[in-house]
Ligand binder design. Structure first.
Ligand SMILES: [Zn+2]
Length: 163
């Protein structure tokens, strides 16, 4: 049990938000998700983990949105970053449900806005490889969905970098 808000040796204010991560960013189902616990208030089942650091504290802490707001005294950015991740998770959800087609050669492909995604089966390993906008990834995936998720990340990367 660690209700850190009651402890004096952990600073309550003056924290900085380092990052917010979605622990289900790869489209994991609810049952296979290992939810985190807020290290500050012990609130369970945190999906969007806010990582905070403090100049006078040796470790970063993983906390929920509400604690992150209190600790950073910032009531805008923790929520805003969590919202961006929620939107991204929704986009991934939609992405997997898009109308993926199968070419004459048996490859899976999708044309989405300016992006063209192809997923092929690697002849040797029988695993899947994906290509986003003519860039082939090196990684091999066990399932088609894993390859689609990797392609989604590729497309998001192109978008973020305006390519
Ligand atoms: Zn908390």
């Amino acid at each position: 049990m660690s209700f850190q808000w009651d402890k004096k040796d952990i600073p309550h204010k003056g924290w900085f938000l380092v990052n917010v991560i979605d622990i289900r960013e790869n489209g994991e189902s609810i049952s296979e998700t290992d939810y985190q616990k807020c290290m500050m208030c012990n609130n369970e089942k945190i999906r969007y983990v806010h990582i905070v650091e403090h100049p006078n504290y040796p470790e970063t802490l993983n906390v929920g949105c509400i604690c992150a707001e209190k600790m950073t005294n910032d009531y805008v950015n923790p929520k805003k970053q969590e919202k961006l991740l929620r939107n991204k998770a929704q986009r991934l959800n939609n992405w997997l449900k898009k109308n993926w087609k199968i070419s004459a050669k048996g490859n899976i492909y999708l044309k989405f806005k300016d992006n063209f995604i192809t997923i092929i089966t690697d002849t040797n390993s029988k695993k899947y490889k994906c290509c986003v906008n003519n860039v082939w990834g090196n990684k091999l995936f066990n399932t088609i969905d894993e390859a689609k998720i990797a392609a989604f990340k590729g497309v998001e990367y192109f978008k973020e970098n305006n390519r």
